[in-house]
Design a protein around this ligand. Structure first.
Ligand SMILES: [Zn+2]
Length: 112
């Protein structure tokens, strides 16, 4: 299992900021931290979710190519800002099942 540098739907559509419905920050004491992203694909309209390594998230993973991004979308993305501590707490308590998933995911990453 490899970590992709872009978030993609199962149909192959790239997920960008405007498709994202929810993000959660999964901080681990040891090893890399992850960002959980829940999205609705703009092409097939299906819901999906993916984990992204924190450093890849901060590298602007949801940034669309500039020519395809309207000013509105750009300002919306900027307004989202960094994931704050409240979102992190919400994610932590709402996503018990997800924590099991992310631990599994992290273990696979570490055993590569
Ligand atoms: Zn799709």
């Amino acid at each position: 299992m490899s970590i992709k540098s872009a978030i993609k739907c199962n149909c192959g559509q790239r997920i960008i900021a405007k498709d994202v419905m929810q993000t959660g920050y999964y901080l681990r004491l040891f090893g890399p931290s992850f960002v959980y992203v829940k999205f609705r694909c703009s092409r097939c309209k299906k819901l999906g979710e993916q984990f992204v390594k924190q450093e890849e998230w901060e590298d602007g993973i949801l940034r669309d190519v500039p020519t395809e991004q309207s000013t509105d979308e750009k300002s919306k993305f900027e307004n989202m800002g960094p994931i704050d501590i409240h979102e992190a707490i919400n994610a932590h308590f709402q996503l018990d099942d997800l924590m099991t998933l992310v631990d599994d995911f992290a273990q696979k990453e570490e055993s590569k």
